[in-house]
Design a protein around this ligand. Structure first.
Ligand code: GDD
Ligand code: MN
Length: 364
């Protein structure tokens, strides 16, 4: 029977952003590697400016095993993978990079482990014998990757040598089970799946060689790393505190350091105490606004005209928040509290107030 008439045994989901030159090479590589099984590949593209989606469509017109999902006005590796998985009816789902960093020869053995009932999730690991992360683009990337792995291992319910791998396969029913608890932020979809999966989920690792990227550049940036930190925090809090609130709090802490640093610098230039405080506070408000706009409320980011209005409301809210903070701390202190407890109570009230205003009036 010709390709496309048999239902797929496996759907390979490839999240992509600006991977146009890599797409045809990857489809060819899959065609060669997946002999003897019915497969399909779904490219999930966030409307890349380089026309990745168009390149996939072009191939899809000739090859029914190739599909594209184009998302408009959205960004994100994890949600791209989730939506690609959801578009599939195959019993086994896999995900890999669109830049040929992952070795397609691993796919069939990974699929077999799942179909044979030996595993629910199979991870292609760079850190078991036979695997390597030699393709990581520099020594700082290697250090980052290793520290990320260590951080993740502390909170994982399963022992994994490479919880940050972007190359894995999962049984469709296992995916559907954990789907409601996925956080969907950042790059670490595997971590998200594993952390949300139960103790009974069987996870197997296979060695894999991580190759250098073919064309284009990596999309892993500082924002992605911060999102990773937020996701760890969220999982550690067992979803009791919303991720956005944790992010808001972390940004607030950065603001405190900005405040102290700027005030100290101003003082060293001979500015008097009150004025130095004012400078510090203004700098902190600006820094917090900027960070919240690019990070905490990334999905509701204010641009151009709406930016200034947002900044104005945010500054007023923060100033009122500071007044409330001091007021509450004074009250707590006056009613017999310790001064550090009193100021902690004040700070918490201040953060909650700022968060409420930010979420309702600034970033709606
Ligand atoms: N749709 C979509 N949207 N795809 C994206 C986005 C996005 O916002 N950001 C990145 N991608 C796609 C890329 O085009 C690529 O195909 C894949 O996701 C992985 O992104 P890379 O930019 O190639 O990431 P990397 O190679 O630096 O990181 C890899 O290694 C990490 C571990 O060190 C990835 O495999 C990560 O998943 C992995 O954690
Ligand atoms: Mn890559």
């Amino acid at each position: 029977m010709s390709a496309g008439l048999l239902p797929a045994d496996i759907t390979v989901v490839v999240p992509c952003y600006n991977e146009a030159p890599n797409v045809p090479v990857l489809v060819e590589a899959l065609d060669r590697a997946m002999i003897g099984c019915c497969w399909e590949v779904v490219f999930v593209d966030d409307n890349s400016p380089d026309g990745t989606a168009g390149v996939v469509s072009e191939i899809a017109r000739r090859d029914a095993r190739v599909r594209v999902i184009r998302r408009v006005g959205r960004r994100g590796l994890s949600t791209a993978v989730i939506e690609g998985f959801l578009s599939s009816s195959a019993p086994v789902l896999a995900v890999m990079d669109g830049d040929l960093q992952h070795d397609e020869a691993n796919l069939v053995p990974m699929m077999r482990l799942i179909s044979a009932g030996d595993a629910d999730i199979v991870v292609a690991s760079r850190h078991v014998a036979g695997g390597t992360n030699a393709g990581l683009s520099g020594s700082w990337r290697r250090v980052l990757s290793d520290s990320g792995i260590r951080a993740a291992q502390m909170i994982l319910p399963h022992r994994l040598t490479d919880p940050m791998s972007g190359f894995f396969a999962i049984r469709r029913v296992t995916f559907l089970e954990v789907l409601p608890s996925l956080s969907g932020t950042g790059f670490k979809i595997l971590l998200d799946l594993v952390m949300s999966s139960g103790k009974r989920t069987r996870i197997v690792e296979v060695p894999s060689v991580f190759r250098p990227r073919l064309a284009g550049e990596s999309k892993l940036d500082v924002v992605v790393l911060l999102q990773f930190a937020m996701m760890l925090a969220d999982k550690l809090c067992h979803g009791l505190l919303p991720t956005r609130f944790i992010a808001f709090g972390l940004v607030g802490l950065i603001g405190v350091s900005v405040n102290l640093a700027v005030a100290a610098v101003a003082r060293s230039f001979g500015v008097d105490f009150a004025a130095a405080q004012l400078w510090g506070t203004a700098a902190a408000i600006l820094a917090n606004f900027q960070l919240n706009n690019t990070l905490t409320y990334r999905d509701r980011r204010l641009r151009k005209g709406r930016l200034w209005g947002g900044l104005a409301i945010f500054s007023i809210a923060c100033s009122l928040g500071a007044v409330a903070n001091i007021g509450v701390a004074r009250m707590a202190y006056a009613s017999g509290g310790h001064w550090d407890e009193a100021s902690a109570v004040g700070a918490v009230i201040g953060v909650v107030w700022n968060y409420a205003i930010a979420s309702t009036l600034v970033w709606r």
